[in-house]
Every structure is written in structure tokens, then in C-alpha cells.
Write a new protein. Structure first.
Length: 522
């Protein structure tokens, strides 16, 4: 049965036209890049031509047209049409080829997404040399990129609850393509502005991915798949960024790391054809036949009449009021303190160790070896999360981080002691937190606000980085002891709030969070 309406076809053509306009706008910047071929692509101080200005106009217009094409039609009418329809998820269903395909595509999408902000560290040295400015000035680039990710995480979370999970991923991919013109910008100011846009585009991909996976995976496979997809996507993104830097920067300068957003962004657009929209969102639009087709491919059914129900397990039920805001506060505070450690404390430790008499080589090797020890944490976290407890796996990661912070504080107060164990505990702890935090958030909030909640918590992880980078740029970084002491208190509060308001989600039915009855045998 063909359920595509004239309005839907109109939207598809508008999205295609928007993508074409953005791509054309980017290609109009390539001549500027090629003009610097004889100077190792150094473009600083060169005037921007009319073609570049027109190209930027095309990119802005193309993003707007693509966004209009993806916007659902008649949302209110369609919601009322689907009000009596429910999805019965196969709680014990085996993973189908469709599930594996969805996970593989989303891993690739996250690799492409993470690759953008991960490239920032590889572009800073080139910017310092080309623009002739200090590292503090160039630090404005990652600073505004982080602000962009905070903004993007919140905005994309809201959009995902309006446009849908798949549509939001596609829209961010179009913006990725547009931000590739950063590689042709002749001034640092333009780079700062475009990096904000890049961060805004990248900020929401991970939250939307988690929301989509949480709604499409069978409950007994949901936990480990969320952690694994997020971990592989993030790790793969950093690996891809470092590989591109090694292979391409010596020949094409740091600018190529931005320009490759064009092919990778377009690849993400085409990968969107392999991503299935959340069936619950399709039902909210009144597209029942499409929802049935999607769920059939994933081994679920759609019922049009209520079935006998079983009561929710103890401690579950519709998440509202104090329970909702208490859990949101706990996870937000966890994310904020994680960002302060990851983007602040750990980055400041090498200089601090050098000031204490260690060589930079020894200090850097200490962090590198600690990070190597912590790398398997992602896989250990996935196992604990799926086989033991979702809530207490997160609490364990927070507790390990608290022990590491306490060790750093003790070392600073006493002025003696080896930093190896405290630093290793810190890195293991924050790796565990970031591997578990967003998957747990995805399983903890009802459908109506799920993407927004994930986006908000993700924004909090970056907000900690914004605070840390602002202190560095303003040259107001406190001593390491003060930093560790200042972070311990809110992280301890986060541990307490998670213990109080956190609920076990392992293998649970997400419909209980919406207050829905669960069909017997469903």
C-alpha cells in the first residue's frame, strides 16, 4: 500500500533541493582553497570573492529549504488520529538483520559526527602558524565549537520530538556539509563562527541516535546496544580524525580536515536511506501503515485495540513530578561535573605535573598510559550495564571518579604521593560515566520528552567544558587542588541524587514510563 501523499513527495523534493543548494554553495568556495596551492594552502588575509558570499547565501537558504522539506505536516490532526494505537514490542525477540543494520549505520553516522569536533585539536597548531596568534586566541575556536554543541544538543533534542529521529539526523547531516566551507575561510573570525555552526550540527547526533535506538531495540538487547553503539561511534570518530590528520594534513594543510565535511556529510545523507524512523513517531503522525511496515521488519506488531494488561513492575510507572525532575537534576549534574573533569582538570594536569618537577614527556606518558588502561572501560561498562544493573553501573562509575578526585586532592594537600593511581581512577571513572550516562538517560524518560532529556544531559556534559575553557582563555585556572575540591562536592550530590531518584531500567519496557499498560505477553 502506497502511503506517500502529495505533501510528502513535496517534502522529499524540497529536501533534495536544499541538499543540492548547500552542496553547490560549498563547491563555490573550493576555488579559494585551490588558490593557495602554491603557498601550502595558506589563505590568511586573502579577500573573499563574490562567489564565496553567494555560496554562503546558498548554504543558508539550502538548510532552510531542507528543514522545511523534513517538517511533518498536520501534526495535531495526525496525533489525534493515532491516539488509540499502541505498539507491542517483542520483549524477548532475537536480534534481526534489520537491528544489526540499524546499529551498523548508526555507528557510521556517529563516527562521521564525532570526527568533526575531534578534528579541532589537529587544526589548532596550523591555525596558530597561519594566523600568527597565540594559543589562547586560537582556543576561541574549540571554545565556540563547544558552545555550539551545547546549543545543538538542546535544539536537536527539541527538533527530534517534532521532526522525528530520522529527519533530525538528516537535517544535521545537511548542516555538516555546509560547515565544510570553514576550510576556505581566510580569517580566524570566520573560522570561529563556522566552528560554532559545526558544533551546533554535531551536538545533537548522539542524543537523537540514543533516542532512536532505545525505541527500536528489543528490551533485553537495548542496554548493551546503546552503550556499544555510542562507544564505537565515539572511538571510531577520534580514530578517523587522527587518521585523516596523519594522511592528509601534511599535503593539504589543516584546512582539509574541514573540507572533508563535504563528502562525509553527503555520505551521512545517503546513509539516511538505511535508517528507519521510530514507529512511535510515525504513529504520532497518523501514518499507521508505515509504522506497521517498520515494526514488522523489526519483529514487532501494532495493535489497534487495547489488550489485557499486566501491572508495571514495582518502582516503575509514568515518570512525572518530583521523580522526573529529580532524575533530570541527578543526570544533569553528573554530566556537568564530567565535562569539568574531561575538558578541564585532565587537560590542566600535565602543566601542573611539570610545575611539580616532572618532565613534559613523563607527564604526557602518565596520562597516555592511564588512558590506555581506561580504554576497555567502554566494553566493561557495556557488560555491567546490560548484565548487572543500569543504575548501579552508573553509580559505580561515579564512585570511582570520586575516589580519583579524592586521591588528587589528598596528593595536593599533603604535597607528596604518586599521581599514577588517582589519575588512572579519574580516567577509568569518567570513561565509565560517558559510556553509560546517555544510554541510561535514553531509558529513563517518557517518549514525549525523551530526545529533549537526552539532548539536555548531553548539553550539560559540554557545558562543563565551556566553563573550563572559559577559565583557561581568561587565564583564571585555579590550582589543581582547588579544582579537584570544587568538583567533588557537586559530583557527590549527583551520586546521592542518582541513588535517590534513579530507577533500574535493565530489560524494562519503556512504555511504563509513559503510563501505558503493557499487553500481556507483549
Amino acid at each position: 500500500m502506497n502511503t506517500t501523499t502529495w505533501q510528502d513527495r513535496q517534502g522529499i523534493w524540497a529536501f533534495a533541493l536544499g541538499c543540492a543548494a548547500v552542496t553547490a554553495g560549498v563547491l563555490m568556495h573550493i576555488p579559494m582553497f585551490l588558490m593557495g596551492r602554491g603557498m601550502h594552502f595558506m589563505l590568511a588575509g586573502m579577500p573573499m570573492g563574490l562567489d564565496m558570499v553567494l555560496g554562503m547565501g546558498l548554504i543558508i537558504a539550502g538548510c532552510a529549504v531542507a528543514a522545511w522539506g523534513l517538517l511533518p505536516r498536520d501534526i495535531a490532526r495526525q496525533r489525534s488520529a493515532a491516539a488509540a494505537i499502541e505498539i507491542a514490542a517483542p520483549e524477548d525477540a532475537p536480534l534481526s538483520p534489520r537491528h544489526w543494520l540499524l546499529m551498523a549505520v548508526l555507528v557510521l553516522a556517529l563516527v562521521i559526527d564525532t570526527m568533526k569536533p575531534a578534528s579541532l585539536g589537529f587544526t589548532v597548531p596550523g591555525m596558530v602558524g597561519e594566523y600568527g596568534v597565540s594559543k589562547e586566541t586560537v582556543s576561541l575556536v574549540p571554545f565556540f565549537a563547544l558552545i555550539g554543541t551545547v546549543t545543538g544538543s538542546v535544539v536537536w533534542g527539541v527538533l527530534a520530538d517534532i521532526y522525528g529521529r530520522k529527519a533530525t539526523i538528516l537535517l544535521s547531516a545537511v548542516m555538516f556539509v555546509g560547515t565544510s566551507i570553514c576550510g576556505a575561510m581566510p580569517s580566524l573570525a570566520w573560522n570561529i563562527g563556522m566552528c560554532f555552526m559545526m558544533g551546533a550540527a554535531a551536538g545533537g547526533m548522539l542524543p537523537v541516535t540514543y533516542a532512536l535506538l532505545a525505541e527500536m531495540m528489543p528490551s533485553r538487547h537495548r542496554g548493551w546496544s546503546l552503550v556499544l553503539v555510542g562507544g564505537l561511534g565515539a572511538g571510531g570518530g577520534y580514530f578517523a580524525a587522527s587518521g585523516a590528520s596523519t594522511l592528509l594534513v601534511p599535503e593539504y594543510s589543516w584546512r582539509i580536515l574541514w573540507l572533508i565535511n563535504l563528502p562525509t556529510g553527503l555520505a551521512l545523507v545517503f546513509l539516511g536511506a538505511l535508517i528507519s524512523e521510530s514507529a512511535k513517531f510515525l504513529l504520532a503522525r497518523g501514518r499507521t501503515a508505515e509504522a506497521q511496515a517498520v515494526m514488522a521488519r523489526f519483529g514487532a506488531t501494532v495493535r489497534t485495540a487495547p489488550a489485557p494488561s499486566t501491572p508495571p513492575p514495582p518502582g516503575s510507572g509514568a515518570l512525572t513530578g518530583v521523580q522526573l525532575y529529580g532524575k533530570l537534576a541527578a543526570l544533569s549534574l553528573t554530566g556537568l561535573t564530567w565535562g569539568l573533569i574531561n575538558f578541564g582538570l585532565l587537560l590542566w594536569l600535565p602543566a601542573h605535573f611539570v610545575a611539580r618537577g616532572l618532565s613534559m614527556e613523563v607527564a604526557s606518558r602518565l596520562l597516555a598510559e592511564s588512558a590506555l588502561i581506561a580504554f576497555p572501560t567502554i566494553f566493561v561498562g557495556a557488560l555491567l550495564y546490560s548484565l548487572w544493573s543500569t543504575k548501579w553501573a552508573l553509580e559505580t562509575a561515579i564512585a570511582i571518579t570520586l575516589v580519583g578526585l579524592g586521591g588528587v586532592l589528598r596528593m595536593e594537600l599533603l604535597g607528596t604521593g604518586s599521581p599514577v593511581l588517582p589519575v588512572a581512577m579519574l580516567i577509568v571513572g569518567i570513561n565509565g560515566i560517558i559510556a553509560i550516562l546517555l544510554p541510561y538517560t535514553a531509558e529513563s524518560f517518557p517518549l514525549r520528552i525523551r530526545a529533549r532529556a537526552i539532548g539536555w544531559v548531553a548539553a550539560c556534559t559540554k557545558a562543563g567544558g565551556v566553563i573550563a575553557q572559559a577559565l583557561f582563555i581568561a587565564k583564571l585556572v585555579p590550582t589543581i587542588g582547588v579544582v579537584a575540591g570544587a568538583i567533588i562536592a557537586p559530583m557527590a550530590v549527583a551520586f546521592f541524587l542518582t541513588a535517590l531518584f534513579g530507577k533500574e531500567t535493565r530489560g524494562g519496557d519503556l512504555r511504563h514510563l509513559d503510563g501505558d499498560a503493557v499487553p500481556a505477553g507483549g
